[in-house]
Design a protein around this ligand. Structure first.
Ligand code: ADP
Length: 213
């Protein structure tokens, strides 16, 4: 049986990586065969690309950024995601195609047609079975990022974007939720880590039950 592709989305600081780790841990403790992965940088080539375009101080042209994310994704889909799905595994990716619609479409202001064309080339049309979108006000997300930077001293180019940029990204995510309410589930990510985790588990349990996975 073909596996399932579940993706996590949200603006930086929404807490999705924290929730991703918790969900993967919980499903594995129940004996589920889960591939935990992320974009960008889910493969060795992707990790090198990630260094090139996220951890650089050089200005990155918006089109170069769009295409580098696409290259990372093409490698990720071909080498990791498709084989895992063919083996019947549950693939849970921290970010996937919607991030490009939101960040490069909404954030960098590329038209949707251009972004969707590039996404289709990179994925060959593979689309998530379920997406959890972690929604949070921009100010709250920025406060979390600032705390993360001060506690880990780790930052990347996206951490330095403006509130206005993140507002556009959030609007674009919410527009996807309107277009595809079945696949794209909005999770309120403004509460505590435990509260959000409970909502994630309820949503995933229902999905796996309905699909008999
Ligand atoms: P993202 O992957 O969306 O950028 P992270 O999971 O890395 O977000 O979380 C960003 C920061 O906020 C981390 O330092 C994390 O510990 C913290 N954090 C995550 N979820 C919450 C929450 N619900 N409440 C408060 N802080 C949180």
């Amino acid at each position: 049986m073909q596996g399932k592709l579940i993706t996590f989305e949200g603006i930086d600081g929404s807490g999705k990586s924290t929730q991703h780790r918790m969900l993967v841990g919980e499903l594995r403790s129940r004996g589920r065969d889960v591939l935990a992965t992320h974009e960008p940088g889910g493969t060795p080539l992707g990790r090198r690309l990630r260094e090139v375009f996220l951890e650089t101080e050089e200005m990155v042209a918006p089109m170069a950024e769009l295409l580098l994310f696409a290259a990372d994704r093409a490698q990720h889909v071909e080498l990791l995601i498709r084989p895992a799905l063919a083996d019947g595994r549950i693939v849970i990716s921290d970010r996937f195609v919607d991030a490009t619609v939101a960040y490069q479409g909404g954030g960098r202001l590329f038209g949707r047609k251009t972004v969707e064309k590039v996404i289709k080339l990179a994925t060959g049309g593979l689309s998530p079975d379920l997406t959890l979108y972690f929604d949070i006000p921009v100010e709250q997300a920025i406060a979390r990022i600032s705390e993360r930077i001060s506690s880990t001293a780790k930052t990347d180019r996206m951490d330095l974007e403006t509130a206005e940029f993140y507002s556009r990204v959030r609007e674009e995510y919410l527009a996807i939720a309107k277009r595809e309410p079945e696949r794209f589930v909005v999770i309120d990510a403004s509460g505590s880590i435990e509260e959000t985790h409970r909502v994630v588990m309820d949503t995933i349990d229902r999905f796996l039950e309905d699909d008999n996975v």
